[in-house]
Write a protein that binds this ligand. Structure first.
Ligand code: F58
Length: 812
């Protein structure tokens, strides 16, 4: 990439020239937003050539490409990560400083691109970064929502949702590609036309046509000249159909299609618009892949040698049927040949074991919205049943077929129509095989595999934590910056007091940065020397933010009522959004906020404890919180969290994990060893034993443990002011409804584990060693390695040697 050679003087000249060209303004008079726009334009135009080359090289060299279909992408801000990956970061930072500008102020002008709810969307974006950085031929395919995930405000301690107009001031990174638009058909009916030669041709009559217009964003690889494409689709009224869509309602219906990102986490209801969104980006994406393939002069039957399509969770599962439709109806391929290709091209990742989150759509809805797609799904289902009849028992067929009880089971479609189904951590993949998808595992044992999640370590360490990065550079050299496993070199310093000291200073600097941020955002001044105890993730009952709260209340009562004085000061930091319709989760937010207020207003405890629930958790906010964390809360009920990824980010930044043996926590434990993590609580098999024996009695724990009783009672006895039915709702969930997520069962073990954390922290020598060992062993969770495994095992794609990450002289 030519840009790596950019020096400060050359950059300054280009930047100032462009500022004049765009705004006819001097740097002294320019607003931060004008500076941001100028810098962004310069960055984009500088990688444009590489972008074009990357694409044409893939074609020229006949490389197989993967298309990662995901209904969510959550990239956050892109300016700094593009600068880092281009190799420009230091130069630009210094050049701007010469001009009296702080890069961080400029970067803050960019709105977070928040087109995702949580882990699933963020994972998709980490993968985009890693796929480009490994020089792999891969692209994203999704929806360009007009409004990102809602903005969260707290009013009176309650979550209030506001629209997130992330596009209000335009989006620097995207390119609208009008010429690549495709039409997507909805509604109407299918007429089967019989031709003279007897062949039957389906014709989609009386459709509603929506024009899908792609907006492409360059995904810049780390210093390797690769720039892949994230293609997000917007819905528009087709020009040729303009006259047909005269009414405001009809126009609005089309605009609404890509208007909002559904803010639901694991409790999706059957909503028509959501199904429309799913088909919309699936059809647009698959059509554009095939259209592009046809320019290659390759035979359609060899398509699987050039194209892999990944179905990220069930939302894009209709890829299977849409691909079949195009091969059958447009390419006139036989069913057998089309099916054979489809299964080879498609692969699927499952992200949850919660059965309520496995999508099912009513036959009526799917049939009326997508008559042809429904026909094809029906035929896939019919052939599946036919193929399995006589081979396996009838009940098994009924449980695994795609259409049953008036519902279309999207996970079944994804598994039957693809060659690979993977879970996202070892335990999760095992549970898929043994429990959740066991029936399918019996049918297709070879299709199941595990791919433990990973994170973009460039963003979560190099960008988010420059203080730690500097210590690493000085201690182990710079190779870790492109080869995350080289973090392991830090193990050579596990006993080195001087290195410990530097790590401690880096952490302290990050804690001060976060404390300043909190002061500015909330007006609350926190103790910078307290333990920073962090739980950041969606608010969900299974993630058990409530368990965290029970522990905080325990400490509170120990100080207030038992006279404990030797408690290590702690700041409990939360970041979490609740789905707007998830009443219970919102009650938990309210109660945490009220307990926070109660503590803050009580001088007897406020110098020991505080709760900071930061509003509007986002990627950018995570980048400030994570480097400052001492403790990482990963306390989901064992078996429920598919993987988790904040656990990896926090570990990478030296936080000590307090965790149940759930999701990727188990692999973190394996990586750092038992003495460098604090594990507590029920194991997954104990949880399943309880399910089998139906012998959990939450009440008995409440009765037996006075401390626990005191805490649980406080939800309803007036101890916590300003909570009304919220306290009762939580109280009832625990006692009347027998505590679905075993919070009371794990309470005592958790409180003891927290004591262990406190003891370890009070021995700073031990703590710093633990922290070092966590950083040193986090390399294996780099998404670079994860995507390489997908590439080899599932997608069968590879990087050309020249596009591998640069072993730049700067780093060796
Ligand atoms: C998450 N799922 C898992 N879903 O909960 C988490 O354990 C895992 O680490 C992560 O995926 C990545 O594999 C998740 O984030 C969603 O947000 C869905 C979005 C669409 C609606 C339903 C929830």
């Amino acid at each position: 990439m030519g840009v790596t050679t950019m020096n400060k003087t050359a950059f300054k000249k280009k930047f100032l020239d462009l500022l004049t060209e765009k705004f006819a303004i001097s740097v002294e008079d320019a607003s931060l937003f004008e500076i941001y726009t100028t810098l962004g334009t310069l960055i984009r135009s500088s990688y444009a050539k590489d972008w074009r080359h990357t694409w044409s090289n893939y074609d020229h060299e006949q490389q197989k490409q993967v298309y990662y279909f995901s209904i969510e992408f959550l990239p956050g801000r892109m300016m700094k990560s593009n600068l880092l990956n281009m190799g420009w970061l230091d130069t630009v930072q210094a050049a701007l400083a010469d001009l009296g500008i702080q890069l961080d102020d400029v970067v803050a002008q960019e709105p977070d691109m928040a087109l995702g709810n949580g882990g699933l969307g963020r994972l998709a974006s980490c993968f985009m970064d890693s796929i480009a950085s490994e020089g792999l031929p891969g692209n994203g395919n999704g929806i360009r929502y007009k409004y990102g995930l809602f903005k969260q405000k707290f009013i009176d301690g309650y979550q209030v949702e506001l629209p997130n107009e992330w596009l209000a001031r335009g989006n620097l990174w995207e390119v609208r590609r009008e010429s690549k638009s495709v039409d997507v058909y909805f509604n109407g009916y299918v007429r089967l036309n019989k031709l003279d030669d007897g062949t039957i041709v389906p014709v989609h009559e009386d459709p509603t046509i929506v024009r899908a217009v792609p907006y492409d964003t360059g995904m810049v690889g780390f210093r390797n000249g690769t720039v892949n494409t994230l293609r997000l689709w917007d819905a528009e009224i087709p020009l040729s159909e303009e006259s047909l869509y005269r009414s405001i309602e009809q126009r609005r219906a089309i605009q609404d299609l890509t208007s909002v990102l559904y803010p639901d986490d694991s409790n999706e209801e059957g909503r028509r618009l959501r199904l429309m969104q799913e088909y919309f980006f699936v059809s647009a994406g698959v059509q554009s892949i095939l259209r592009h393939f046809k320019t290659k002069q390759q035979k359609m039957q060899n398509l699987d040698e050039f194209v892999a399509i990944h179905i990220n969770d069930t939302h894009p599962a209709m890829c299977v049927a849409e691909f079949m439709r195009l091969l059958l109806d447009e390419e006139k391929m036989s069913w057998e040949r089309a099916w054979n290709l489809t299964v080879k091209v498609m692969s699927y990742t499952n992200h949850t074991i919660m059965s309520e989150a496995l999508e099912k759509w009513s036959v009526e809805m799917l049939q009326s919205m997508q008559p042809r797609i429904y026909q094809i799904i029906e035929e896939i289902d019919r052939r599946f049943v036919e193929e399995m009849t006589g081979v396996v028992d009838w009940e098994l067929i009924q449980r695994t077929r795609i259409i049953s009880d008036g519902l279309v089971h999207m996970a079944h479609l994804a598994i039957i129509g693809s060659h690979s189904t993977n879970g996202v951590a070892k335990l999760h993949s095992d549970l898929l095989k043994t429990v959740v998808l066991h029936d399918f595992y019996r049918l297709y044992p070879d299709r199941f595999n595990n791919k433990t999640n990973g994170i973009a370590e460039r963003r979560w360490l190099q960008l988010a934590n420059p203080s730690l990065s500097t210590v690493l550079d000085k201690t182990i050299g710079q190779t870790w910056r492109y080869e995350a496993n080289d973090l392991h070199l830090l193990m050579n310093y596990s006993e080195d007091k001087a290195v410990h000291k530097q790590l401690q200073q880096a952490k302290q600097a990050n804690k001060e940065r976060l404390a300043a941020f909190i002061l500015q955002e909330t007006g609350v001044r926190i103790n910078e020397h307290a333990i920073f105890d962090v739980q950041i993730k969606r608010l969900h009952a299974y993630k058990r933010q409530l368990l965290n709260l029970l522990h905080i209340l325990t400490l509170y009562f120990e100080i207030k009522e038992e006279g404990f004085t030797d408690i290590q000061p702690r700041v409990f930091i939360f970041g979490a959004k609740a789905a707007p319709s998830y009443h219970y989760a919102k009650s938990i937010i309210k109660v945490i906020n009220e307990v926070g207020k109660m503590i803050q207003e009580d001088p007897e405890v406020s110098d020991k404890l505080s709760i900071v629930f930061l509003e509007d958790y986002s990627v950018s906010l995570a980048e400030v919180i994570i480097p400052a964390a001492d403790v990482s809360e990963q306390i989901s009920l064992a078996s429920k969290e598919a993987s988790g990824t904040s656990n990896m980010k926090l570990m990478l930044n030296g936080a000590i994990t307090i965790a149940t043996l759930d999701g990727a926590n188990i692999e973190i434990r394996d990586a750092v060893g038992d003495e460098n993590i604090v594990i507590f609580g029920l194991t997954e098999s104990q949880v399943y034993d309880y399910y089998e024996q139906a012998n959990y009695h939450a009440y008995s724990y409440y009765e037996a443990l006075p401390k626990l009783k005191r805490v649980v009672d406080s939800f309803v006895d007036g101890t916590i002011a300003n909570i009304y039915q919220e306290g009762k709702e939580i109280f009832d969930s625990l006692l009347t409804y027998n505590d679905e997520f075993f919070v009371l069962r794990d309470y005592e073990a958790y409180v003891n584990a927290q004591k262990e954390i406190e003891k370890a922290y009070q021995n700073q020598e031990r703590w710093l060693k633990m922290s070092l060992i966590n950083v040193a062993n986090a390399g294996r969770f780099s998404a670079d390695y994860t995507v390489m495994k997908y590439a080899e095992d599932i997608w069968q794609i590879e990087a050309k040697p020249k596009s591998r990450k640069a072993k730049d002289e700067k780093y060796v």
